[in-house]
Design a protein around this ligand. Structure first.
Ligand SMILES: *Cc1c(COP(=O)(O)O)cnc(C)c1O
Length: 458
């Protein structure tokens, strides 16, 4: 008999979670204005809101924390992290920040000005926010296959090179501070970018003398997919693949709360000394002195260890197999999900799930609310609410994909939890036609409204 798959870790510490009744959940979600961000964590049974900062650190990370150096300047923890960035990612210059969007804030303050254009593959919401906040424009050049959840394509995060070249041709280089490549591409469903595509984007960028920056939150998952799917990489280690990936970038922003498996942290890494020096000024203003940038020494130690662990094959294999386990279950139940499965999450296609309702009723959010009521599961909308209004016309933007994301925290839940989640979704799916209407917005912020939006049932 073939031995079945089993995780290559065991559990040393546990945290209790509490079941609730449907009546309680109906009350809670109403009081939360149908915004899942407003729920208290103790009202949630299985929390798949995000895989950001919600992973379980290892015994080695926890012990590294005890060795944190909290000196204001020149802490050993800073040098430990700087060395890890150099060794694992290959960048000479590095600035710690308190999380990913802080890295964007610092780097974009340095490079982006009003009227600029930043092409890329489906920009993440905070990335787009930081571009639009500076009155610059994000142009999505993702391949079309990414927007059809039924098409099988190994690298749906890829950039359409023709589309990119058109943008580079139509605009002068001084209007394009950089091209941003998000690995994996969060907004198109945690889909990877191929090595080939990274290389071609970089070559094109060099022709036009434009920088390439990687938005790198899930770079290691991207490397895992390259190893599994791209010809010539099967025998390379994740660390070798990671090194090659970043050789096609001039710099990176990182949310360490994802693939570096820490609860808080981020950084910028760069090849150009000039940009580094300019960014240093903003880092000191917004984040902290360059040797801590909003992070404590212990957190930098945990992050250095996390970068090393997060780029080990087994750690990635455990994680991505668990995500695929949930995806496979849902497929068996006939639930429409994005394929191939993403690295960090399963994305339920809300347009296909609730095909009897109009898009103006916020389908993915409606589905998210139903799933919470059904099983106390918290997922997140990646759809029209997240897409915000057009900054010029102020009209709602309805993206091609209207998804409910079930993000799986790293090393946190067991496959029994995945079974529970799949069963709850199946129940909602079976009674989907009883969902007669969706949600409407009662109150919203001018930008990044999804965090605080107040909704009501139609
Ligand atoms: C999470 C994320 C960010 C922002 O990082 P935070 O740490 O949440 O501020 C940026 N880009 C991508 C692709 C992300 O997934």
């Amino acid at each position: 008999m073939n031995l079945p798959y089993a995780e290559s870790y065991k559990i040393k510490m546990v945290e209790s979670i509490k079941r609730s009744t449907k009546a309680e959940r109906l009350e809670w979600i109403k009081n939360a204005d149908y915004n899942l961000f407003n729920l208290r964590s103790n009202q949630v049974y299985v929390d798949l809101l995000t895989d950001s900062g919600t992973g379980a650190m290892s015994d080695k990370q926890w012990s590294a924390m005890m060795l944190g150096d909290e000196s204001y300047a020149g802490a050993s923890s800073y040098y430990k992290l700087k060395n890890a960035v150099k060794d694992i990612l290959g960048f000479e210059y590095f600035l710690p920040t308190h999380q990913g969007r802080a890295a964007e804030n610092v780097l974009f303050s340095t490079l982006v000005k009003a009227g600029d254009i930043v092409p890329g593959n489906s920009h993440f919401d905070t990335t787009k926010g930081h571009i639009e906040f500076r009155k610059a424009k994000a142009i999505d050049c993702t391949i079309d296959e990414a927007f059809n959840t039924t098409i099988q394509h190994d690298f749906k995060g890829n950039i359409n090179l023709n589309r990119l070249e058109t943008v580079l041709q139509d605009n002068s280089a001084d209007k394009i501070p950089f091209i941003i490549v998000t690995v994996t591409c969060n907004s198109s469903g945690g889909q990877p970018v191929s090595m080939q595509n990274m290389k071609e984007v970089y070559q094109l960028a060099q022709e036009y003398k434009i920088r390439v920056i990687f938005d790198s939150a899930r770079f290691a998952e991207n490397a895992y997919f390259i190893k599994q799917r791209e010809a010539g990489y099967a025998d390379k280690s994740i660390k070798e693949i990671v090194k090659e990936m970043f050789s096609y970038a001039d710099g990176m922003t990182m949310s360490s709360k994802k693939d570096a498996i820490v609860n808080m942290g981020g950084f910028i890494a760069l090849r150009e000394e000039k940009v580094f020096k300019e960014a240093t000024v903003y880092n000191i203003m917004f984040e902290g002195f360059i040797s801590y940038g909003g992070m404590s020494g212990r957190d930098m130690n945990a992050l250095a260890q996390g970068l090393d662990e997060g780029t080990e094959f087994d750690v990635l294999d455990n994680r991505i197999q668990q995500v695929a386990y949930l995806g496979t279950k849902l497929k068996e139940y006939g639930v429409p999900v994005q394929e191939p499965f993403g690295g960090h999450a399963i994305f339920v296609d809300a347009k296909r799930f609730l095909s009897h309702l109009p898009k103006e009723e916020f389908l993915a959010q409606t589905l998210g609310v139903e799933l919470f009521i059904e099983g106390g599961i918290r997922a997140v909308e990646i759809g029209a609410i997240l897409a915000d209004r057009d900054p010029e016309t102020r009209e709602n933007r309805y993206p091609e994909l209207e998804l409910l994301r079930l993000a799986i925290p790293r090393r946190t839940y067991t496959n029994n939890h995945m079974d529970y989640v799949a069963a709850a979704i199946k129940n909602v799916y079976d009674r989907r036609l009883e969902i007669k209407s969706g949600l409407k917005i009662m109150e919203e912020a001018p930008i990044m409204r999804h965090f605080t939006v107040k909704l009501d049932r139609i």
